[in-house]
Write a protein that binds this ligand. Structure first.
Ligand code: 4NP
Length: 154
């Protein structure tokens, strides 16, 4: 069983969308992959995703309203094979908690899997409008598709 953890700052905007999108793709393909998400910060622990994230993913037929935010913890390095972070700041915060090279090697930017090679970070849509959430959805959808192809064709 491959285990994948999506990570952003608050675990209410980007990483729950990424979790929902990847879950849907895995379900469609009948794959055995476990998926979770977490935030490096603790500001929103226990909260549902941002209503704009819920609405955006719902418009593509994906329900993420049941997800609840939690904070990234060191034991996540033991429990997951792939830790996909949304931006460089998330990456730095996760790497600060890494205990060894094995932990570090699990951490990748989500957009390392983007089709467009000039995309590096999934922008934080928290302070912007609805459009930002749709942009994030499309980036995540593309990167999740490529990520699945990579991990299932190894
Ligand atoms: P996320 O977005 O990291 O994509 O969940 C954010 C949500 C909340 C905050 C920052 C980013 N915040 O500062 O509360």
């Amino acid at each position: 069983m491959i285990k994948v953890l999506m990570v952003c700052l608050g675990n209410i905007c980007r990483s729950p969308m990424a979790e929902g999108i990847l879950r849907e793709k895995v379900k469609d393909r009948d794959l055995e992959i476990e998926i979770d998400s977490a935030g490096t910060g603790n500001y929103h622990v226990g909260e549902a995703p941002d209503p704009r994230s819920i609405a955006t993913t719902a418009s593509f037929g994906i329900d993420i309203s049941d997800l609840r935010a939690r904070q990234f913890k060191v034991s996540d390095f033991d429990n997951f094979d792939h830790i996909l972070v949304m931006d460089e700041s998330n990456k730095a915060n996760v790497l600060k908690l890494a205990r060894n090279l094995a932990d570090e090697s699990k951490v990748k930017l989500m957009l390392d899997y983007a089709s467009e090679k000039n995309l590096i970070e999934v922008p934080d849509p928290w302070f912007g409008g609805e459009d930002g959430f749709y942009d994030v959805y499309h980036m995540l959808n593309d990167a999740c598709e490529n990520f699945l192809t990579v991990i299932t064709t190894k």
